[in-house]
Unconditional design. Sequence first.
Length: 195
Amino acid sequence: MLFRRRKPADILERMRTMLWPRRSFWRSAQYFAKRVLRLTATPHAIAAGVAAGVFASFLPYIGFHFVLAAAVAWLLAGNLIASAFGTAIGNPITFPFIWASSYKLGCAILGTTATHGDQPIQLGKLVQKLEFAQLWEPLLKPMTVGGFPIGVSFAIVFYILTRWGVAAFRRQRQHRLLEKARRRAEAQSMAANGI
């Protein structure tokens, strides 16, 4: 292959790059932004897709974010690829903040406390047994109820920013292409006139 590494990455290097990008998080964010801006769809479709992905990231159903984002994007007439890019807002760095805020807001909305009865939630034991019914009431229900309004508010912000960004990117690109065509036409007319 043309761009293959000289020395293949070992398992530790692969694990490290899954958690921490080789370049930086800022460069990865710029890459995702450029990919979203260059999608071929209407600005509404791209923005609705990104907003659907952002909304899905605030729900506690890890492993189903892509499916939820695609379903919401389909309902909003959004771009499915943009919805997948939108789920990148939920990552190992942001998940603790997302989960804590959605859990606290959900407990406040439901009027419950952060404990299950008199004892605190033993999350490790519940996850180990994979008992959804026991996870729902103390953990997933408050996170879902709290994640919904936070997810909607962040989705609205990302919709507005993405739609504005896509429209501005396309205007700038159109202007650049027109300027390039004008210069090419001038060069051809000068060559035809023998100047």
